[in-house]
Design a protein. Sequence first.
Length: 265
Amino acid sequence: MVDQATNTVVPDDDDVAAAAELHETAGSRSLDAAARLMDQLSGNLDGVEDLTPYLERLVQAVNANIDGCDSVGVTVVMEDRPRTAAYTTAATLEIDAVQYAVGDGPCLDAFRNGRENLVDFTGGEERWPAFIQGCDPGEVQTLLALPLISADRRYGALNLYGNARHAFDHTERRLARMAASRAADALAAAVTLAGARAVAGQMEQAMASRAVIEQAKGILMARHSIDEMVAFELLRRQSQEQNLKLRVLASQLVSEVRSTRSEAM
């Protein structure tokens, strides 16, 4: 739910009910995960520029708190165009890109029809044949796409990827619904603040910044022998400590490496 007075994304009665059901069905471990999610996904959106950092924080929180989840992405549809607004690993971008290219797939279907889609890539999936034929999921075996709905308006889909079959059970799906609700509320708040066109423009700006962030992640991965997610977390923490936007920090790192290489030549 969005507090209209402050544009704060806050838990509502549905969140409390969902957390209670999780506690009853799966015990304290699931309740702890739900509590962590609601805590990590609360916050203020003071302007449209706060949307991308919030969605980036959301995908990291989902990835960390939902069992079976190996990567996460958010598809946002604004001005009739789908975009991947935030993600944890670049490997899943190909899955998104195929859907956007053919105009169909589980994430777009979740957005258009407001329904959850659970895909087993190794189980002979027959829905969305153009997507399945054109998609190489790599290590991903399970995809869970949930619609982003706030006040009966659909904004996109929250996409969870698992490298195991049947990665998401009833408990994980309920947790994912809570996160999808928060993502939808954040998008609704941004549209209320600035309008759909401004949100679409912010998405374009975020996509333009992503290339340099990917370069910076690659530098850190090679330098420290770490994986992609650890490299992003390193960037994120350093940006907070230095009070710099992530893209600015990434650009500085890439520039420093290029400068060092030029001096060595």
